[in-house]
Design a protein around this ligand. Structure first.
Ligand code: ZN
Length: 133
């Protein structure tokens, strides 16, 4: 993990529409993530992840940015497309395949049952003003 004294980390991976050149990248280290891992992935048309997998402790959320495809969890197949979000529990045996166009998707991996509070319970509103307020 990189040293970072600031309360934020920033990076830019370029346009999602150009992402096919990269295949798969993980950004957790570059962003100093401490609670999840995020990967950005590209599958060329008609190609599949070459294995079915599950996880020991982590749930995953797949967010389809571009394209179409098929997703299988525990033998159940369903169609996915731009805008699809799929949560898979750790034990779910999963695999996905691109349709007739490139599939670009994000995958967030986080420890199952680790969320103790969400935005409304965790957020703190400050009186601080910035230039556009
Ligand atoms: Zn996984």
């Amino acid at each position: 993990m990189k040293e970072n004294n600031k309360n934020y980390s920033i990076m830019n991976i370029g346009k999602f529409s150009d992402f096919h050149k990269k295949g798969r990248i993980t950004v957790g280290e570059d962003l100093n993530l401490t609670g999840c891992e995020i990967s950005i992935n590209s599958l060329p048309a008609d190609q599949s992840i070459p294995f079915v997998h599950s996880h020991k402790e982590n749930e995953e959320v797949y967010i389809v940015i571009q394209g179409t495809g098929k997703f299988i969890v525990d033998g159940e197949e369903f169609a996915i497309q731009e805008g699809s979000l799929i949560r898979v529990a750790p034990a779910g045996q999963r695999v996905l395949k691109a349709g007739n166009e490139e599939l670009i998707y994000l995958c967030m991996q986080v420890q199952n049952n680790s969320l103790k509070q969400a935005t409304n319970d965790d957020g703190i509103i400050h009186e601080t003003k910035v230039s556009w307020m």
